[in-house]
Design a protein. Structure first.
Lengths: 779, 112, 494
C-alpha cells in the first residue's frame, strides 16, 4: 500500500526526463498508467465482505510519525475516486494540452497531487495526514499557476494557497491539540478515546480549528472565494482537483472525525448551517455566472455544501446519502467539466453569452451534457444517479434527529425549506448550463473558432463518466452493498444498511419536494430574464472577495506603515526604544522580586581624596555633554579616564591604573587624530521633548544600574573563588602578581583571545583605510 | 565608599547614554567611552574595595584585595580599546564617504 | 581526550592567522581556506561522534580545575551547534569566491571568516561566563571586520549602527557579569547554577538574570530589541549576510537557553512567562516587517526575527518537548537561513536588482534557482515534511501540553504570514511572462553561486525527511538541558 501511495511521487521524479521526448510521445500517456495501476490495485477490495485493512511503515517513530495506512470503506471510496477520475483526467489531458506546453511541469504537479491526495485519505497518522494535506494545497497552487504568465493565474494561485494553507495550519492546531490530549497520533485511537477530547475544556476550540481546516479546503461559505479563481487552472485540473477530489478532502476530514465529533450538538449546528448556507449561496451565485467554468465552480461549491450539510445532519440516512453523493457528484461534475473543456477547446470561448446552439456541431458532447446536467439538477428519471442522492437529501432533511430546542430547533425547522430553495437554483443553473450552451441560436460569428466535434480521445473520459451516471442510476444496488454501505458505516461508526429504490409511491414526501423543485425551477428558468437584475445586484453587497482583497492589500500596507513607523533607520530612536524596554522590564522585575536591598555594614572607608576625584569625574562627564567644542570634549573625556586611573590606584589595583593610563592616553591621541576629520560639533537642535526624553532614559538607566549594583554588593551570598587565587598564586602559578598570574595562567584563554580581538581589530582598521586608497588609485 | 562609587559609575552610564542619544558621531563615541569607564568602575566596586593590600604577594601580608575583578577589568579595558579604535576609524570613514556625521542624516532607505 | 574540546576553537584561529599572512596570494588563500574549512568540518564531525558515544568532554584549560580556571564544555548541545556552524562555514567558503570582489578577498575576508567561526564555536563551548564575553567580542570584532569589508557608502553607514548597539550590549554584559560575581562569588556557569539553586534564586538574582537576558536578547534580536538587525544584515556581501543570518542571532538564543536552564531556573513562573510574551511579539512584529518591504534581501533579513520568536517560545515553555522543539528549530534555522541568504544573493546577482517590483519571469531563465527558492520557502514556512515542520510541531506540542493557547495561535498565524512573505518573491519574482534577461552574461556565474546554497538546502531537506536520524539526539539533548544537574556535575566533578 505504501508503494501505491508513493508510486505517483516516484514517477513524478522520472517525468522531467520523460518529458524531453514529448514531441514524439505525449507525456500524458506515461502518467495515465499510474492511476490505472493504483485503481486496479484497490478495486479488488470492493465486495460485500470488505474488512478494513491496516498497514504500517515506519518513518519517524520517535515522533510517532509513521506511514500508518488504514483502508476502510470511506478511504476506499476516495481512493477509487482519486485513481479512477485521475486516470480519466490524465487521459483527457493528453488531448487537451498541446505538446508545446510545459508538459513536464504539469504532470509532475499532477502526480504530486495524486500521491498526496491518496496519502490524505489513507493516513491514520494525523501528522502524516497533515503533511499530505499541505502538499495537496501546494500542488493545487502550482497547477493553478501553471499559466503563470497570466495575471489572473497568479492571483488565483496565491488566493487558493493563502486560504487553504490558513485552513491547513488551523487543522494542524486541532490535530496537535487532540494528539496531546489523547497521547496518540492515530485517528482511530483518538476516536476510541474520544471522551478525553469531548470532555476537554478546549473542545470548542478544537472543533472550530478542525472545521476551519475542512471548510477552507472544501470551499464552504465564506471561504469558498478561492475556488472560482482557481478556474484559471487548465480544465483537466479543474475537473480533477477542484471538483472531484481535492475539494472533497475537507468533506473527508469531517466524515473521518464525525464518529467522534457528532456526539457534540455544536458539530450538528455548525456543520449543518455552513453546509446548507453554502448550498444556497453557491447555487444562487452559479446562476449569474457567464463563464461555463464559473457556473461549474459555484455549482461545485453548492454541491459540497449539500454534502457537508448531510454530514452535519448525522443521521444514518444522511450519512449514507452523503457518501453516495460524493460518488455521484464526482461522476456528473467531472464529465461536465470535461464538456466545458471540450467546448472551450473547440470554440475558443467559455463565455455562455457567446455560446448557444452547439448541439448540431457537437452532438456527442451535447448528449453527454444532457445526462450529466440533468443528473446534477436531480430530475426524477430512473437513469440519473443525481436524482437518487437528491431524494436521499430531502429525506434526511425531513428527518433530522436533533433536539427541538434552541438553535438546533430553529435549524431543524429551517433546513427543509433551505434544502428546497438551494435545489431550485441548482435546477436553474443546470438547465442554464445545458440549454445556454447547446440549444438556442448558434452565434457562430462571435466564436473565435469554427466549432466541430472533439476528437474521439477527448470524448472517451466524459463518456466513461456519463456511463457511470447511467449505470449507477439504473442499478444502484450494484454498488450499494459492496461499496457505499461500507463507506457510510465508516462515517457513522456503526453499520448502516440502506436500500436504494427509484419509486416509493406518489405520496413519498421527498418526491413531492423533488417535484416542487422541478416546477419552480422550470418557472424560474423560463422567466430568468426577469430575475437577472436581482441576481446581479445582491451579491455585490455581500462579496467576500472584497474582504479578501482588502485584507491582503491592507496586510501589506499596514505592515509597511507599522514597520516604517519605528524602523526608520535612526540609531537614536533604536537606542531609546531598546533602553526604555530594558529599563521598564528590569525595574518591574526588581519590584516584583523585592530585589533591591542596601546593606551598609560592610563598606570601605570614606576619604576626601577619593571624593574629590569622584566629583571631578562627575563634572567632567557632564561637561562632555555641555561643551560644543570638539577638543574640549575630548580632553575632558580624558579627565574622566585619568580620574578612573586614580581610583584604580586608590583601590589597590596598580596594574589596572597603569594600563588605564596608557590606554587612555592612546585613546585621546586617537580621538584627536580622528576629530580633525570630523565636522565641528553643532548646536544641539533637537526639540525640548526629545531632550527631556533622553534625560529621563539616561538618568533612569544610570539609576537602575546603580541600584542593581548596590543590591548586588549588599547581598554577597557566597565566598568568592578568589581566595583560591590568593592561596595558590605562588605555589601553582609561580608568580607574585596575582592579577598577572590569573591573566596568563588561570584565565590564559581569555588573554589569548583578547589578543586575537586586538589582532582582528588591527586588520579591520587596516582594511578600512587601505581598501579605500586602492579604490581611488583604480579610479 | 562603595555606595559613592556605584553612584559615580551610574552617573558615568547616565552621561554616556545621554551622549549616545545625540546625533553627532563624535558625541556618540564619547558616550561609548564613558559607558565603558562606568562599566569598569562597576566591576571594580563589585570586588571589595580596599580590603587589603594590592594583589601582589608580599611577605607577611594575609589580606589582599580581590584579584579576579581586576583581571577581568584588564581584559575588558584592552578589548574596549580595540573596539573604540575601530569605531573611531569607522566613524571617520563613514562621515567622509557619506559627507555628514549626523546620524539622523544617515538613516537610509530600503533600496540601496 | 578532553583536549578535543579546544580544537573547534583553535583550528580556525590558526587558519585565520595563516590566511592573514598570505592574504595577497588570492588563489592560494582561496584554496587553503576551502581545504581548512573542510578539514575543520571533518574534525568537528568526528568530535561530535565521539561526544555522542562517550559523553561530554570537559577541558580544563591550563589544567586548572573548575571553577578556578576556564572550562570548555563539549557537551552534545554545544557540539551539535558547532557542527552546524561548520557545515554553514563550508558552504560559505565555497560561495565566497563567486560573490566577493578580489579586493575583498585580499583584505582579510578569509581571516575574519575563520575568526568568526572560532568566536562562534567558542561561545558555544565555553563554560565560563566571562570567557563567553571574550568569545562574543571575538565574533563581534570579526563581524565588524566583515560588515565593513568593501567600504561601500551604505555599508559604512549601517556598520556604525551595528557596532554601536553591540558595543553597548557588550558593556552591559561585562557589568552584569560583575554584579553576578558579587552575589555568587564565581564566574563559572556551572557553579553559578549550583549556587543560585542553593539560595533558590533569591533577592537580586532574578533581576540580574533579566539584565543578562536583555544582553543576549539584543544579540538574538528579540522584541523589542531587534531594530538594529535588518538593514545592517543586508548591506554587506551576500556571503557575509549568510554568515550573520545563520550564526550570530543563534549565538544569542543559545546563550539565553544555556543561561536560563543552567543558571536561572528557579523563578520560571516569572522569567519564562515573560519570554513567552516576548516570543509572541517577536513573531508578529518580525513577520510584519517581512511583509512591509519589496526588497527581497530585506524580506529574508526580517524573517530572521520570527524564527527567533519560535526558538524563544520553546525556552519560555520550558518543558522537554518544547525545548527539543527549540533545539530542532535552532539547527534548522541556522541551515536554512544560510541557504536562503546565499540563494537570494545569487538571485539578486542574476536579476541585477533587489527590488521585487523590478523582477519577474525569472523562472524561465533560472528554473533551478526558482525551484530551490520554492523549496527553501516551504522549509522556512514549516511545511511538512521539511525540517521547519519538525521543530514547529514540537513547539506546538509543548505549548498545548502546557495549555498556552495564545502563543500557539500566534505561532500558527505567523507560519502563514512567513509563507506569504516568501511566496510573494516566488510569484512576483519568478512567475510571470518570459522577458529578456537584463544581464545574460551573469548566467553562468549565477548558476554556480546556487550550488553551495543547494548543498545547505539538501541538508535541510535531510533534517526533515530523515528526522528519525536526528530527533533522538535532539531529544536526548533536550532531556539533558532540562536536567541541569548533569551539566553542573560534569563540570564540577562532584
Amino acid at each position: 500500500m505504501l508503494l501505491a501511495v508513493l508510486l505517483p511521487f516516484i514517477i513524478a521524479i522520472i517525468i522531467p526526463f520523460v518529458s524531453k521526448w514529448k514531441d514524439k510521445i505525449h507525456t500524458g500517456y506515461f502518467v495515465t498508467i499510474v492511476p490505472v495501476i493504483i485503481f486496479i490495485y484497490f478495486v479488488r477490495f470492493i465486495g460485500s465482505g470488505f474488512e478494513p485493512v491496516m498497514r504500517e511503515y515506519s518513518w519517524i517513530p520517535s515522533l510517532n510519525m509513521n506511514f500508518a495506512f488504514h483502508l476502510d470503506g470511506l478511504s476506499l471510496l476516495f481512493v477509487l475516486l482519486i485513481s479512477g477520475i485521475g486516470a480519466l483526467v490524465a487521459f483527457y489531458s493528453i488531448f487537451y494540452l498541446h505538446k508545446s506546453e510545459q508538459l513536464g511541469h504539469f504532470y509532475v504537479y499532477f502526480l504530486i497531487f495524486m500521491g498526496s491526495m491518496l496519502g490524505v485519505v489513507l493516513s491514520d497518522n494525523v501528522f502524516v495526514l497533515y503533511s499530505f494535506w499541505e502538499f495537496t494545497s501546494l500542488s493545487s497552487f502550482l497547477l493553478i499557476g501553471f499559466w503563470n504568465f497570466k495575471k489572473e493565474s497568479r492571483y488565483g494561485a496565491l488566493k487558493s494557497m493563502l486560504i487553504t494553507v490558513f485552513g491547513g495550519l488551523s487543522l494542524l492546531g486541532a490535530l496537535v491539540f487532540m494528539s496531546v490530549l489523547t497521547n496518540t497520533t492515530s485517528i482511530r485511537e483518538m476516536i476510541s478515546q474520544q471522551q478525553l477530547i469531548l470532555n476537554s475544556e478546549f473542545f470548542p476550540l478544537i472543533l472550530v480549528l478542525l472545521l476551519l481546516g475542512a471548510f477552507t479546503k472544501s470551499a464552504q461559505f465564506p471561504f469558498h472565494i478561492w475556488l472560482p479563481d482557481a478556474m484559471e487552472a487548465p480544465t483537466p485540473v479543474s475537473a480533477y482537483l477542484h471538483s472531484a477530489t481535492m475539494v472533497k478532502a475537507g468533506i473527508y476530514l469531517v466524515a473521518r472525525y464525525s464518529p467522534m465529533m457528532s456526539a457534540n450538538e455544536w458539530f450538528f449546528i455548525i456543520v449543518s448551517t455552513f453546509g446548507i448556507v453554502t448550498l444556497c449561496w453557491g447555487s444562487y451565485m452559479a446562476v449569474r455566472q457567464t463563464d461555463l467554468k464559473g457556473i461549474l465552480a459555484f455549482s461545485t461549491i453548492s454541491q459540497l455544501g449539500m454534502i457537508m450539510a448531510m454530514l452535519g445532519f448525522g443521521t444514518d440516512i444522511a450519512l449514507f446519502a452523503a457518501v453516495f453523493h460524493i460518488l455521484n457528484h464526482a461522476t456528473f461534475k467531472g464529465s461536465l467539466f470535461m464538456v466545458a473543456g471540450i467546448v472551450d477547446h473547440e470554440t475558443g470561448t467559455r463565455d455562455i453569452r457567446k455560446l448557444g446552439g452547439l448541439m448540431t456541431y457537437l452532438p456527442i458532447t451535447a448528449t453527454l451534457a444532457v445526462f450529466a446536467s440533468f443528473s446534477m439538477a436531480g430530475v426524477p428519471l430512473p437513469f440519473l444517479n443525481g436524482f437518487y442522492s437528491k431524494e436521499f437529501f430531502f429525506d434526511s432533511a425531513l428527518h433530522l434527529e436533533a433536539a427541538n430546542t434552541g438553535i438546533s430547533g430553529v435549524l431543524q425547522a429551517a433546513v427543509p425549506y433551505l434544502a428546497v430553495l438551494g435545489s431550485i437554483f441548482t435546477f436553474v443553473y443546470s438547465m442554464y448550463f445545458f440549454f445556454g450552451t447547446f440549444r438556442g441560436k448558434a452565434k457562430l460569428d462571435q466564436l473565435p473558432k469554427k466549432p466541430h466535434e472533439a476528437p474521439i480521445g477527448m470524448l472517451v473520459s466524459p463518456i466513461v463518466l456519463v456511463l457511470g451516471v447511467i449505470i449507477i442510476g439504473l442499478f444502484p444496488s450494484l454498488i450499494n452493498k459492496p461499496f457505499i454501505e461500507h463507506a457510510a458505516s465508516a462515517v457513522a461508526g456503526t453499520t448502516v444498511e440502506k436500500s436504494i429504490y427509484f419509486w416509493h409511491g406518489f405520496l413519498y414526501p421527498p418526491l413531492i419536494l423533488s417535484i416542487t423543485v422541478l416546477v419552480f425551477g422550470v418557472i424560474l428558468y423560463l422567466s430568468r430574464r426577469v430575475w437577472m437584475p436581482v441576481y446581479n445586484v445582491v451579491p455585490g453587497i455581500l462579496s467576500m472577495n472584497k474582504f479578501y482583497d482588502g485584507a491582503v492589500d491592507r496586510l501589506e500596507n499596514y505592515s509597511f506603515t507599522i514597520t516604517k513607523g519605528y524602523m526608520n533607520g535612526s540609531i537614536g530612536r533604536y537606542v531609546r526604544l531598546i533602553l526604555a524596554a530594558i529599563l521598564i522590564v528590569t525595574f518591574a522585575f526588581m519590584a516584583m522580586t523585592g530585589g533591591f536591598s542596601i546593606n551598609t555594614d560592610n563598606l570601605a572607608d570614606f576619604t576626601i581624596a577619593e571624593l574629590l576625584v569622584a566629583i571631578t569625574m562627575v563634572v567632567a562627564a557632564i561637561g562632555t555633554i555641555l561643551t560644543n567644542n570638539r577638543i574640549t570634549a575630548i580632553l575632558i573625556l580624558g579627565v574622566v579616564g585619568y580620574g578612573l586611573a586614580m581610583l584604580f590606584v586608590f583601590y589597590r589595583a596598580p596594574d589596572l591604573a597603569l594600563t588605564q593610563l596608557i590606554i587612555e592616553t592612546v585613546t585621546v591621541a586617537l580621538f584627536l587624530l580622528v576629530f580633525y576629520h570630523l565636522p565641528k560639533l553643532g548646536k544641539k537642535e533637537e526639540s525640548a521633548s526629545t531632550r527631556v526624553l533622553n534625560l529621563i532614559i539616561s538618568i533612569g538607566f544610570g539609576a537602575m544600574m546603580t541600584m542593581v549594583a548596590i543590591s548586588s554588593h549588599s547581598t554577597k551570598l557566597f565566598e568568592s573563588i578568589s581566595s583560591y587565587f590568593v592561596d595558590n598564586t605562588y605555589e601553582l602559578g609561580g608568580g607574585d602578581n596575582m592579577v598577572n598570574v590569573i591573566l596568563v595562567d588561570f584565565r590564559g584563554l581569555d588573554t589569548f583571545f583578547e589578543i586575537v580581538v586586538l589582532g582582528i581589530a588591527a586588520m579591520a582598521i587596516y582594511a578600512m583605510i587601505r581598501l579605500r586608497q586602492d579604490k581611488k588609485e583604480e579610479e | 565608599m562603595e555606595l559613592i562609587m556605584a553612584v559615580l559609575a551610574g552617573i558615568l552610564f547616565t552621561t554616556g547614554i545621554y551622549n549616545l542619544l545625540q546625533k553627532q558621531l563624535l558625541r556618540i563615541i564619547i558616550g561609548t567611552a564613558l559607558i565603558s569607564h562606568g562599566a569598569h568602575l562597576f566591576i571594580l566596586t563589585m570586588g571589595e574595595l580596599k580590603r587589603g593590600a594590592p594583589p601582589i604577594l608580599t611577605e607577611g601580608i594575609e589580606n589582599y584585595t580581590d584579584p579576579l575583578p581586576q583581571a577581568l577589568i584588564l581584559t575588558s579595558i584592552v578589548i574596549s580599546f580595540g573596539v573604540t579604535s575601530l569605531l573611531l576609524v569607522l566613524a571617520y570613514r563613514a562621515s567622509q564617504v557619506n559627507g555628514t556625521d549626523n546620524m539622523e542624516q544617515l538613516r537610509g532607505n530600503d533600496y540601496e | 581526550m578532553s583536549n578535543l574540546a579546544v580544537l573547534p576553537i583553535i583550528l580556525p584561529v590558526i587558519a585565520g592567522i595563516i590566511v592573514a599572512f598570505i592574504h595577497k596570494k588570492k588563489k592560494i588563500v582561496r584554496i587553503v581556506s576551502q581545504i581548512i574549512a573542510i578539514l575543520n568540518l571533518l574534525v568537528v564531525g568526528s568530535i561530535f561522534l565521539y561526544v555522542q558515544q562517550n559523553g561530554t568532554v570537559v577541558l580544563e584549560t591550563g589544567g586548572w580545575a573548575a571553577p578556578y580556571g576556564i572550562i570548555l564544555v563539549g557537551d552534545l548541545l554545544a557540539m551539535t551547534l558547532v557542527l552546524t556552524t561548520n557545515i554553514i562555514a563550508v558552504a560559505c567558503v565555497f560561495f565566497a569566491p563567486k560573490s566577493l570582489s578580489e579586493k575583498q578577498e585580499e583584505f582579510y575576508f578569509y581571516a575574519f571568516f575563520f575568526m568568526l567561526i572560532s568566536g562562534v564555536s567558542g561561545a558555544f563551548l565555553t563554560g565560563d561566563l566571562f570567557n563567553l564575553f571574550v568569545f562574543f567580542e571575538v565574533l563581534l570584532m570579526a563581524s565588524y571586520g566583515l560588515i565593513v569589508l568593501g567600504n561601500g557608502k551604505v555599508q559604512l553607514r549601517e556598520s556604525i549602527k551595528y557596532v554601536l548597539i553591540n558595543l553597548f550590549s557588550s558593556m552591559l554584559f561585562v557589568t552584569t557579569i560583575s554584579f553576578l560575581y558579587s552575589v555568587v562569588g564565581t564566574v563559572n556557569m556551572a557553579q553559578i547554577g549550583q549556587r543560585v539553586q542553593e539560595v533558590e534564586q533569591q533577592g537580586i538574582l532574578t533581576t540580574i538574570g533579566i539584565l543578562l537576558f536583555f544582553v543576549f536578547a539584543t544579540k538574538a534580536a528579540v522584541f523589542p530589541l531587534y531594530y538594529w538587525l535588518p538593514r545592517p544584515y543586508i548591506s554587506p556581501n551576500p556571503v557575509v549576510s549568510a554568515l550573520f543570518g545563520a550564526l550570530l542571532t543563534k549565538v544569542g538564543i543559545y546563550s539565553i537557553l544555556r543561561t536560563f536552564t543552567v543558571m536561572f531556573n528557579q523563578e520560571v513562573q516569572l522569567t519564562h512567562t515573560l519570554f513567552i510574551y516576548l516570543a509572541a511579539f517577536t513573531m508578529i512584529f518580525g513577520v510584519i516587517g517581512a511583509l512591509s518591504t519589496n526588497n527581497v534581501k530585506l524580506i529574508i533579513a526580517y524573517n530572521i526575527i520570527p524564527a527567533v520568536g519560535f526558538m524563544l517560545m520553546g525556552i519560555g515553555l520550558y518543558n522537554q518537548v518544547a525545548i527539543s522543539g527549540t533545539l530542532y528549530y535552532l539547527v534548522h534555522d541556522m541551515i536554512i537561513k544560510g541557504a536562503l541568504f546565499l540563494l537570494i544573493g545569487a538571485i539578486v546577482y542574476v536579476a541585477g536588482t533587489s527590488d521585487l517590483r523590478k523582477m519577474g519571469g525569472l523562472i524561465h531563465h533560472y528554473p533551478v534557482l526558482g525551484w530551490m527558492f520554492f523549496i527553501a520557502t516551504l522549509v522556512l514556512a514549516g511545511i511538512p515534511p521539511f525540517s521547519g515542520f519538525i521543530g514547529k510541531l514540537l513547539l506546538l506540542q509543548g505549548g498545548l501540553a502546557q495549555e498556552e493557547i495564545m502563543i500557539v495561535i500566534v505561532a500558527l498565524i505567523t507560519s502563514l504570514l512567513i509563507l506569504f512573505s516568501m511566496i510573494r518573491i516566488f510569484i512576483r519574482g519568478f512567475w510571470g511572462e518570459k522577458t529578456e534577461l537584463k544581464h545574460p552574461e551573469r548566467k553562468r556565474k549565477g548558476v554556480w553561486m546556487a550550488w553551495p546554497a543547494g548543498a545547505l538546502l539538501s541538508v535541510s531537506i535531510l533534517l526533515g525527511l530523515g528526522a528519525e536520524w536526528f530527533y533522538p539526539t535532539i531529544d536526548s539533548i533536550a532531556e539533558y538541558v532540562m536536567n541541569p544537574e548533569i551539566y553542573i556535575d560534569s563540570v564540577l566533578k562532584e
